[in-house]
Design a binder for this molecule. Structure first.
Ligand code: ZN
Ligand code: ZN
Length: 229
């Protein structure tokens, strides 16, 4: 049983996580040509009703391009076969293993809010206290992207990333910080000024150790401030 736990592909076969593990089976979406043609008709109808002239050189193909963009922006539903590779490291045990964190970021992401199907986008920072596995920034970027490129909300996206990472790394702790702007509110004048939504997620040692959280947020905060100035 202990062996299985350390294998990220079979880790944590506990009932509650079944839904989160869908990404381990890659499932390409298939839309038939007939369906696609019909959808283009729907998109054209909607765009025209909103006021878009569809008979100009710039817009004649817009319904099809709109659908393609929507399809590409939601490819996270298909999973990611190249994702699950954590590198072995050595848990030295003792106090150091319990408190030394790795912080990676900023990882840019683009997502679609499930309430309006409008974009929200921003940056993620990931922290973890490694036990016997570490993971590179490119894999972390893939992980964030896979859960971002869907219709979702910032909170769910965050807990999915955190849960998946906990499972892949079997770490002593996992932390995630997300900051994003949501166009569904900003483009429609619901809020006047640019506003950033920030969410944090904690697992394992981060839950019990305020100093770890503070250190993580200090690193993430310093980077994002620098990033946005
Ligand atoms: Zn929205
Ligand atoms: Zn350890």
């Amino acid at each position: 049983m202990a062996e299985r736990e350390l294998d990220p592909t079979v880790g944590a076969l506990r009932g509650e996580d079944v839904e989160d593990r869908d990404w381990e089976r890659v499932q390409p979406r298939r839309i038939s040509d007939a369906d696609w043609k019909r959808f283009e008709g729907y998109a054209a109808e909607i765009l025209r009703a909103m006021g878009m002239p569809l008979d100009t050189p710039g817009t004649a193909k817009t319904p099809g391009r709109f659908l393609s963009a929507l399809f590409d922006s939601t490819e996270g539903y298909e999973g990611d076969a190249k994702l699950v590779t954590a590198f072995p490291t050595e848990c030295r045990g003792g106090p150091d293993c319990e408190i030394s964190q790795v912080v990676e970021g900023p990882i840019p992401f683009y997502s679609l809010c499930e309430h309006h199907a409008f974009p929200f986008f921003g940056h993620a920072f990931i922290g973890y206290v490694a036990h016997e596995h570490i993971i590179g920034i490119s894999k972390l970027t893939r992980l964030v992207r896979m859960f971002a490129r869907r219709f979702t909300v910032q909170e769910r996206m965050g807990s999915e990333i955190t849960n998946a990472l906990s499972r892949i790394l079997q770490a002593h702790g996992v932390a995630l910080y997300l900051e994003a702007v949501h166009l569904c509110t900003q483009m429609r004048g619901v809020r006047e000024s640019e506003q950033t939504t920030r969410t944090t997620f904690w697992r394992g040692n981060y839950e019990a150790t305020p100093a770890l959280r503070e250190e993580f947020l200090a690193i993430a905060g310093a980077h994002t401030n620098g990033h946005r100035s």
